[in-house]
Every structure is written in C-alpha cells, then in structure tokens.
Design a protein around this ligand. Structure first.
Ligand SMILES: [Zn+2]
Ligand SMILES: [Zn+2]
Length: 445
C-alpha cells in the first residue's frame, strides 16, 4: 500500500468513526450540550436559538410595513427619505439577553445580505444609563464613562448599527409620565437650578423603599425606550426579555398589585402611549387628561426572545465567534446588579431580586414551569374598555397601564390594606393625576 492510499484509508476511518454521543438533531457531530432534554452539537443549538428569534422577527415583519411600500403618509413624499427597510429600536441593557438579541439580529442581516437581498431592517440601539445618575459619591466619575466605554466595544463589533447612550435623568422631561401624580416625590426641596441628575437622585431618595427604587428604575427605563422609539420614528421597540425574564416580571408585578396590567406588559403588540403635555392637561380631577389622548397613539413592543430561557442565552453567548462573553462579562445581570448595589440599600431585597434568584433555580430544575408561567400570562386578554366601542379607560400616570378600579380594590383587599387617601408627608392632599395601586404603593409607600 502506498503512503497515499494509506492516508486515504486513514481519512476514511476518521469519517466513519462512530461518534461517542451523536447530536440528536444532525447526527453528524458530537453532542456537547443538553438542550431541552436532547443532546445536541453547538451548531444545532445556535441554530435552535436563532430560529426562535427570527420566527418572532418574521411575525413582527408582517405587522410593520416597509416605508415607501403602500400609500405614503402625507408630507413625506418630498423629504427625499430613501430608507427602504423597517426601522426598529432595541433596548440594550448591556446584559446577556439584550446582547444576544443584538447578535442574532446582526446575523440575520448578514445572512440576507450574503444572499444579495436588502437588509430586512435597520436598528437603533439605545442604552439607558442609570449608573451615571444614581451611583453615589466617588464612584460617580468612574461610572459616568463606564457605559460609554462598553458601548464603544459594541460599536466596534456592530458598526452598521446606530448606538445611543441616554442618561436616566432624561425621564424627567418626558411627557408620557404624569408628573402631577408624582408631586409628593418631586415637590419637596425640588430646585429648578439643580441638574437633571441631581433632581433624579433626589426623587429616588424620596422613594419609600428599595423595592420602590427598583420598580421606578424599570418604569423610567421603559418610558425612555418607548419615547425614543417614537422620536426616532421606529416601527417597533424590541426588548430582550427571555421566557425567564417574562415569568419573573409576571410574578413580581402580580405581587406588587399590577396583575391587571400583565397583558400589556408581557404580550407583544401595540401599547397605547399616553401624553400628558400641558396642552391637554385639565384641572378637573373628574376628567383625566389621559383618557382623551390615550387611544390616539400607540407603540409596537416585541419580545423576540420570549421563547428562549435565560440559561440558553447565557450558553449562546459563549458560542458566538468571538464569544459575546468578552463584551458582557463585567456587566452580567446588570439590571439586578444596578438595583441591588447602586440604587437600593443592601438591607432589603427587592421583589425583582427575589424572583431573579428563585427563577435561576427553577430554570435549572424545572424549565417547563418557567415557560408555563409566561405562556399562561400570554393568554390573558387586554381589557381596556375599548371593546364596546367607547374608550372609557383611564391610564396610570406612572406605568401607563390601564386603571382598573375594581381590580385595585381587590388587590388592596387581598394584600390586607385599607384604601388610603393620597396625602403627602406634610399633610396636603395630592390632587394630581391618577396612579394604579402598584404605582401608588411604589411612590407613597
Ligand atoms: Zn447537530
Ligand atoms: Zn401604575
């Protein structure tokens, strides 16, 4: 036998060598991972995660129209706007989930471009920087640049996307929050000459508990993302929530008495945007300003990773080339880290943190339980009073969710609390806008 023939024989042997643990999907590669009780190779695992995401993006694609196709909206024909792709805004916390979402969307664009097609969408990526406004003392200077430094790494890796860093204090100038409903928080010692960051930390200082600060932080970030999405004329806001994150949100919001609002918070679809600008403000408490304006504008919110578990996203982050872990290593679980160390005192755990720890365990041992919590919520209907043709809904001035008078009473009863009159610390009654039961507790204790 010549050397050449020997070599061929060797290769043939290599090829037919039975795999110790063949991948349950392709049978061609060694399985290195366990995925939903199947042993799979890393390629098949990555494809599984990507397919879950792209399936949701395809659903969104049907909901949104490519600009320029179909009848153009008035006054846009002459602007010379030649964009031919859909435009979405992605909320980037710099944590695992939203980073993986970004990676998957980028891969999808590259896949389409490699086949000579147009990019299916353009993305604006927004990171809301809570650290610069809320961290204290000597750490302030450090954290001011931290978010920008990390974002520059993202810019390098994804040069086709437009990255923005918006300080949390931007929430203070938003008209989607009914500030009259939050007067007890914003009035004392509020000084117009103070910097927005200073006013914001004052507001957070006035909140009654750690849980309140975490809750308010989450709502303000959400408000900023929604407002920026509309300002940038994006057709949808994409959030990186995993199945696990949605399940956590479901239980923590229920515990806080916002169970009624879950279909608006968890489900994909159009969310009403309430504007409290001065032009529509009324002085009569019987006529909530929000009612009239509420139905007029909406924003589409989608969760493309809703069918993927958090631990699967963590695994996926190690499989990309180069691994995403390098990008997110020092900021893993940033939201939780922020809320537990920078924003709230160490003494008490917020509901979010309890849920985070709880689901980390449940996810490991009973992943189907996590999926069931999110799926059950997904089936809840949005009862916003529009079904009868008449919009009678009043919206909460802080979380923008519909107010449910009966529901609020029920929550109060079940949580064993008396209905209290809204009064501020110095005894004056708050005459501002309306808040849901959950937000009332968050802001007033
Ligand atoms: Zn495989
Ligand atoms: Zn609310």
């Amino acid at each position: 036998m010549t050397f050449r023939a020997l070599n061929h024989a060797h290769i043939a042997m290599e090829e037919t060598k039975p795999l110790a643990r063949p991948c349950a999907k392709c049978r061609a590669q060694e399985a290195t991972l366990d995925s939903r009780s199947q042993a799979v190779c890393s390629d098949c695992f990555a494809k599984f995660i990507s397919t879950k995401c792209i399936k949701q993006i395809a659903i969104l694609g049907k909901e949104t129209r490519v600009p320029g196709h179909g009848p153009p909206p008035p006054n846009t024909a002459a602007t010379g706007d030649t964009t031919s792709a859909r435009r979405y805004l992605v909320g980037l916390s710099l944590g695992v989930s939203s980073s993986v979402l970004l990676q998957l969307l980028n891969e999808n664009i590259e896949f389409q471009l490699a086949r000579g097609r147009n990019a299916p969408f353009e993305l604006t990526i927004v990171h809301v920087d809570a650290s610069s406004s809320l961290s204290l003392g000597s750490q302030q200077q450090q954290s001011d640049n931290a978010a920008e430094e990390i974002l520059s790494k993202y810019r390098q890796r994804y040069p086709r996307f437009d990255f923005r860093c918006i300080p949390l204090s931007a929430a203070l100038s938003l008209q989607t929050i009914d500030w009259t409903a939050l007067t007890p928080l914003t009035l004392p010692d509020s000084h117009p000459s103070k910097s927005p960051a200073g006013r914001l930390s004052e507001l957070f200082d006035n909140l009654p508990s750690a849980a309140s600060r975490t809750d308010t932080l989450r709502l303000f970030i959400r408000h900023i993302l929604i407002s920026t999405s509309r300002l940038e004329r994006c057709q949808a806001l994409l959030l990186g929530h995993s199945t696990t994150a949605l399940a956590e949100l479901t239980l923590s919001e229920t515990a806080k008495g916002r169970g009624f609002s879950l279909p608006w918070q968890i489900n994909d679809g159009a969310l009403p945007v309430v504007n409290y600008s001065s032009s529509i403000k009324t002085n009569s408490p019987e006529v909530p300003a929000a009612t009239a304006a509420a139905a007029a504008e909406t924003v589409l919110i989608y969760h493309p990773l809703q069918d993927v578990l958090r631990k699967e996203l963590t695994t996926y982050a190690t499989l990309t080339s180069p691994p995403l872990t390098a990008l997110i290593s020092d900021l893993q679980d940033k939201t939780i880290a922020t809320s537990s160390s920078a924003v709230v005192s160490h003494k008490d755990l917020s509901i979010e943190e309890v849920m985070f720890r709880y689901f980390a365990e449940v996810e490991e041992n009973y992943p189907s339980v996590v999926a069931n919590v999110a799926r059950t919520t997904g089936k809840l209907l949005r009862l916003d009073g529009t079904a009868g043709g008449e919009n009678t809904t009043t919206w909460c001035g802080m979380c923008s969710m519909p107010l449910d008078e009966q529901g609020d009473k029920r929550w109060r009863g079940e949580l064993g609390e008396e209905e209290k009159t809204t009064t501020t610390a110095n005894g004056t009654a708050a005459t501002g806008g309306r808040l849901c039961y959950g937000c009332e507790r968050t802001t007033l204790g």
